[in-house]
Design a protein around this ligand. Structure first.
Ligand code: AMP
Length: 111
């Protein structure tokens, strides 16, 4: 079981900023920006590579939640959404998640 599944199951604590029947969002424990939130589906998809056509609406929902949270968290000057996938993508937790980062000017390209 991944650490994110344990957060979903309330087995370990997290600073949850949003949840609905499809997903939840909580603050990253090692923030890379003043605001760093992770948005995860309740469905245990290991990564984007494991998503199917049936997940289209779910993936769209996660992005729209990111948009709404960006407003609620005051990221009026902009923000970045990131989805790391697999080893070369830098994914460290095998439960699909969108990083929502903001509160400072972010560099480009990423490392
Ligand atoms: P990734 O490297 O894209 O898989 O991102 C995983 C993220 O999960 C990292 O930014 C970690 O800091 C974060 N993380 C790991 N464990 C926890 C936790 N218990 N609560 C909140 N964030 C976590």
């Amino acid at each position: 079981m991944t650490i994110f599944q344990k957060i979903i199951d309330r087995q370990i604590p997290a600073d949850i900023v949003y949840e609905d029947d499809l997903c939840l969002a909580f603050r990253d424990v090692h923030p890379q920006a003043p605001t760093h939130v992770l948005i995860i589906p309740r469905k245990p998809l290991p990564s984007l590579a494991h998503a199917n056509d049936e997940d289209q609406a779910l993936l769209g929902h996660l992005l729209l939640v990111a948009r709404t949270l960006a407003v609620q968290l005051g990221l009026a000057d902009g923000y970045r959404t990131v989805m790391n996938c697999g080893r070369d993508g830098g994914q460290s937790v095998d439960h699909l998640h969108i990083h929502l980062l903001g509160g400072r000017a972010l560099g480009w390209p990423p490392g």
